[in-house]
Every structure is written in C-alpha cells, then in structure tokens.
Write a new protein. Structure first.
Length: 317
C-alpha cells in the first residue's frame, strides 16, 4: 500500500470508529444533507476511490443526502459530456441508502448574476441540463431533487437602493425554474439556499407585499435555510433565526432544512469550525428538540463536504 493509500485507509478507520461512537447521539436524528461543491463533486464522479471515501465518511456522520454539484467546472461540464459518470455515482449512492440532489450555483461561474434579466437564458439552461439528464436516465440514476444556491446578496449591485429589485429578479427566475419543472412532469423536490435574514425584507411581487422568505417558500418545494450560527439557543441562535420560516412552512405545507456552517470564518458565531463535533451534536439535538415535531422541519444540511472532512480530521490529530 503506497503512502497516500495508507493515509486514506487510516483516516477511513478513524472516521468510522468515531462515527460509531456518535451513533448513540444521532439515534433518531433528523435527515442530514451536505453541500458538495465543484472540485469534490467532480473528484467523486471521476474516481471510484474518492467516491468510496465520501460514502464511508458521510455514512459515519449519518448524512443521508448529498447535494452533488451538476454544472460546469474546470472547462468541462460532465452532466453533458459524461452523463454516465452521474448515472453510475447516483445509482451507487442509492444502493447505499443516500438520496442525491443536483447542486446548482457556482462561485466560479458567478451564478449570482443569473437572476439578472440579461442572463435569463443561462439561468434556464442551467436547470434544463439537469432536467434533460434526469429525463434520459434510468430511475435508479435520477436525481431526487435540486438545490439552487443562487445568492443575489453577493452581487456588487446589492445595496439598500437595489435589493428589492434584485429580489424581484430572483423571484421571477425562480418562478420560471418551477414552471420548467412542472412542464417536465418530473417528481423532483426543488429548493433554494436562502439566508435567514430574508424574512426581514418585505418585497412587493405580483401584487403582494410580503417577506422575501415567504415568497420563496410559496414558489419552491422546500427551503434550505442558511441558519449560520454556532449555538441553538438565544435570540441570535439557530432556533430563533428559523422560527419564522418554520412557522410559515407549517402554514404553507412546505419544509425547511436548517443549514449549518463548518468552514472557517473570522466571525466565529457563524460557524462550528472553532467548536467540536460534540458541540455540533448537542446544538443539533437542541434544535431538533425544538422543531422535531413540526411537519415543516426537514432536518439539517452542512456546508460543506470538504470543510466537514477537514474539520473532523483536525479534531482527530
């Protein structure tokens, strides 16, 4: 066994051992998803070894849903050029008990600009490629859903004078995406990644003035709420920031997946990176105790796969 292979084997054994110790804490746990970005998704698609390592790690953490990137990266677009790689990976993931959603949105592609009317063709084409893939794939190789990480607040144009217009643009393209889903007649759960503070911005759209979060919840099947805090309780905690979204989703018959951050950040309160895995388990359990009986609670999503692995590795040293 060469050096890299030996290192990988040691890490896998450590992950699995640690995961077994945490199963008791995860017993009866809510669904868990993980965002998996361009580089890692492409590595999993092109290398059985990388895919195997990902499956082992995610199973050890009780993660059951993979948000798998499904657009262009590094000069290639595998979902168009090599759809067989997606078919093989998704079928394998399904056999292991995972669900797989297509992750759309990319810092490399500056997809926050896709909300702008001038870039509507690119926005629609992005989703159409996934719908076309799914329509041609055998059932066991189809995506179970789509997560759209399109964040207008990343635009340079985002300010007090323009944010309402930009949010209306987001709602317009969201309506177009959901119309495409309906026209395809595919059974796909589609939802956006949405910051928790959208509930504090009222937007007039199609004759109704309401919080942006409510407009989006009405349009989509679910919402992945970017509830980036490192503690469950308190006025600035995970539970408080999800309260309006959960309450509205209960009335609207939708679900909210609570997203948590694991990547380093100078603003420590937005990430668990400076805390331990036991801390994460405790805070997710507290959050689940608050919302677990609600039909609107769809579990957790962790941002993101690479950060999750690095964070766990750092705690094992």
């Amino acid at each position: 066994m060469d050096g890299p292979a030996r290192t990988m084997a040691v890490r896998l054994r450590a992950w699995l051992a640690a995961g077994l110790l945490l199963v008791a804490g995860y017993a009866g746990a809510a669904p868990r998803a993980v965002w998996t970005w361009e580089r890692d998704s492409y590595a999993m698609l092109q290398s059985p070894r990388e895919a195997e390592a990902a499956f082992a790690f995610l199973q050890s953490r009780q993660v059951d849903t993979i948000y798998l990137y499904a657009d262009a990266f590094g000069g290639r677009n595998l979902i168009v050029e090599a759809p067989g790689r997606y078919r093989s990976f998704i079928a394998d993931a399904h056999r292991r008990g995972f669900r797989v959603q297509a992750l759309l949105g990319s810092a490399h592609l500056n997809t926050e600009r896709y909300i702008l009317p001038a870039q509507r063709p690119q926005a629609l084409a992005m989703l159409q490629r996934v719908l076309a893939y799914n329509g041609a794939a055998p059932r066991e190789s189809r995506f179970d859903g789509i997560n759209l990480d399109i964040e207008p607040h990343l635009l340079a144009e985002w300010d007090d004078a323009h944010r309402h217009e930009l949010l209306r643009n987001l709602l317009d393209v969201s309506a177009a995406w959901m119309a495409m889903k309906r026209e395809s007649r595919q059974e796909l759960a589609i939802g956006p990644a949405m910051p928790f503070w959208f509930d504090g911005i009222e937007v007039e759209w199609r004759g109704r003035k309401r919080p942006a979060s409510e407009h989006l919840a009405d349009l989509y099947d679910y919402v992945a709420l970017m509830d980036y805090r490192d503690r469950a309780d308190g006025g600035d905690g995970i539970i408080a920031h999800a309260a309006k979204e959960i309450a509205y989703a209960e009335r609207a018959g939708k679900q909210v997946v609570i997203g948590l951050e694991l990547t380093p950040n100078e603003l420590r309160k937005v990430t668990f990176n400076h805390r331990s895995e036991a801390d994460l388990a405790r805070e997710t359990e507290t959050t689940q105790a608050a919302y677990g009986r609600s039909k609107a609670f769809g579990g957790f999503a962790f941002h993101h796969y690479r950060s999750y692995r690095d964070w766990i590795d750092a705690q094992r040293k």
